[in-house]
Design a protein around this ligand. Structure first.
Ligand code: ZN
Length: 385
């Protein structure tokens, strides 16, 4: 009965079966925490998910494909720990099996945060079983749970294996995907996620021998208006206009182009020939084989740009990449995920090795993502959690 004395969230005690009032309080608390994590940048868009154990039988979890800014209590789904059943019209996060497995394995855990935070996700793409790092003078060791496709039983199994192997750890990296951080309450879980991000940033600074920043640096954007190309910057050079024109003509589905010239994307546009996905969200959103033009192709003309169906980033030699979308929001999601993918790529280049996702895995994810996206697109939601 020990656990039942614990407080899953401030001010609310966990009883055998939670009352309506307790459940509502817990839902509000989950929303509060998701906003906090969103504000500090550990949660972005609809990526990641949060849950809280409410009683012996169930936990509450954020829904699939809804932005954190738009969450209201009725959207938080109560899921049965044993059989993953739930009620209501909102779909629970597709990673509910991972959360349930964690609650089953760790009786002391009442709050879980799963994020796609940048540095920890990238550190988890290098193929290492543990990340050895530090914060100030303190050593930090972060276990990495083995890769499996997102939303699968296999992934939950791999997380359980890691939980059993490291029973004292409250923070894990899920290889090529994200993190799982937890504790007795939300405070402990958030602390773990923040600590992990600092430690992984330090780790990547050591691997890359430099501090690679994360973000989107806008170059020359454009969008289509009544079939005409509108450039954000009036004096967009002709060389760049040629690329925009080629993209719109070869990809009738694209309506927005965001030119990302972030530090990481620029580095890849200079130094790499090819990007294979190292992270799940890259495979889902961008595609599974992205070519980078090399010096051999020259800088002028557009014929060497690799504009392909289902590949949503078009690199330009030494000039970043064009991120494509049906909406401005889609294009921005591609720009954010591309930047993270480029940091992972740089880390792998410097580290000398990495664990790339197999073509089969990428193909499955990309297809599944496009399928669920087309179902959700009308309501402007993306299904990526
Ligand atoms: Zn995830």
């Amino acid at each position: 009965m020990d656990r039942l004395e614990n407080k899953a969230f401030e001010g609310v005690t966990v009883f055998m079966l939670a009352t309506e009032e307790e459940i509502l309080k817990a839902k509000e608390h989950i929303i509060e925490v998701s906003r906090e994590l969103h504000e500090i940048g550990l949660l972005v868009r609809t990526w990641g998910n949060i849950s809280a154990r409410v009683d012996e039988k169930s936990f509450l979890i954020t829904p699939s494909g809804i932005r954190y800014e738009d969450l209201i209590p009725e959207m938080i789904v109560q899921v049965n720990i044993d059989d993953l059943s739930y009620e209501g019209k909102y779909l629970p996060s597709s990673e509910k099996a991972v959360h349930a497995a964690c609650y089953k394995e760790r009786e002391d855990v009442d709050f879980i945060v799963h994020t796609h935070q940048v540095f920890a996700s990238c550190a988890g793409a290098l193929g290492d079983k543990k990340i050895f790092s530090y914060i100030d003078d303190e050593d930090v060791v972060i276990p990495v749970a083995q890769y499996a496709l997102p939303g699968t039983e296999k992934l939950a199994e791999n997380v359980v294996k890691a939980l059993k192997k490291y029973p004292d750890s409250n923070g894990f990296i899920m290889a090529n995907h994200g993190t799982l951080c937890f504790g007795k309450n939300s405070k402990e879980a958030i602390y773990e996620a923040e600590k992990m991000e600092i430690a992984c940033n330090n780790f990547l600074i050591d691997v890359c021998k430099t501090d690679v920043h994360h973000g989107v640096e806008i170059g020359f954007n454009s969008h289509l208006e009544d079939g005409k190309i509108v450039y954000d910057v009036p004096d967009t050079p002709e060389r760049v206009r040629q690329i925009h024109k080629a993209i719109y003509s070869k990809r009738p589905d694209v309506k927005y182009i965001i030119h990302n010239k972030s530090e990481a994307v620029m580095t890849v546009s200079r130094r790499a020939n090819h990007m294979r996905p190292l992270l799940d969200d890259f495979a889902q959103l961008i595609g599974y084989s992205v070519k980078v033009p090399s010096n051999e192709h020259g800088k002028d003309g557009v014929s060497y740009h690799n504009i392909k169906k289902n590949v949503n980033a078009v690199f330009s030699l030494d000039d970043g990449a064009y991120c494509l979308g049906r909406t401005e929001d889609d294009a921005m999601a591609v720009a954010i995920v591309l930047d993270k993918g480029c940091i992972a790529q740089i880390a792998v280049m410097r580290h000398g090795e990495g664990h790339y996702l197999s073509l089969w895995e990428c193909f499955k994810m990309n297809r599944h993502y496009r399928k669920s996206y087309s179902k959700l697109a009308d309501s402007a939601k993306t299904n990526n959690d």
